[in-house]
Design a binder for this molecule. Structure first.
Ligand code: HEC
Length: 167
């Protein structure tokens, strides 16, 4: 009955092996679940294989699933520029230079309008569920936090388009 000593770790892991306590000679079978269990948790490392600088067609996760773009609306871009200066500039430059977050030059060329609008209006949801946003968070180690209305987000998108040379 010294076998019980071997079974304590198994019991601890909540495995239902106790009923087999009287079997003998299968130490290897008893030990395996333990080592597998600890291996699983140490290899559960979700290293992103996403290249955040590559062009992505993803629309992201969120309420914006269909954003229609027309020719650049310069009045709207002007509103967006002012919003960018007040709400985004602490973390982002409109050049390609990094600050707390990525430089936003060229972002409209590598992300869809829907992805950008979803990111601006609900960054928490995006970094929790969207693979590209997750990979960005892994790289920048800061959760983007900002509060903008849907209309403001659309104006900022127009500014970002203008910043990328749209007309
Ligand atoms: C507190 C700092 C902070 C503020 C404020 C902030 N962001 Fe961010 N932003 C980040 C970080 C950091 C990331 C990278 C993702 C992450 O770590 O959450 C990011 C990512 C982004 C991305 C994705 C960039 C890419 O390369 O795909 C866009 C677009 C963006 N932000 C736009 C904005 C806009 C527009 C505003 C203002 C309305 C804003 N952000 C405000 C920190 C911020």
């Amino acid at each position: 009955m010294t076998k019980k000593v071997f079974l304590i770790p198994l019991l601890f892991l909540g495995l239902a092996f106790m009923g087999c306590g009287n079997h003998s000679g299968n130490n290897s079978a008893e030990n395996q679940p333990v080592s597998n269990g600890s291996q699983d948790s140490s290899t559960m490392d979700n290293t992103p294989s996403v290249d955040v600088t590559a062009k992505s067609d993803s629309k992201g996760v969120g309420k914006f699933t269909d954003v229609k773009l027309g020719p650049l609306d310069t009045a709207m871009a002007g509103q967006g520029s002012a919003l960018f200066q007040s709400k985004c500039i602490v973390c982002h430059k409109s050049t390609d230079e990094k600050l707390i977050g990525p430089g936003l030059k060229g972002v409209t060329q590598i992300r869809t309008p829907e992805w950008i609008m979803n990111m601006i209006t609900d960054p928490n949801d995006m970094t929790a569920t969207d693979p590209v946003a997750k990979a960005l968070l892994d790289q920048y180690h800061t959760q983007m936090a900002v509060q903008v209305s849907d209309q403001e987000a659309r104006e900022i998108l127009e500014f970002l388009r203008e910043n990328d040379g749209a007309h």
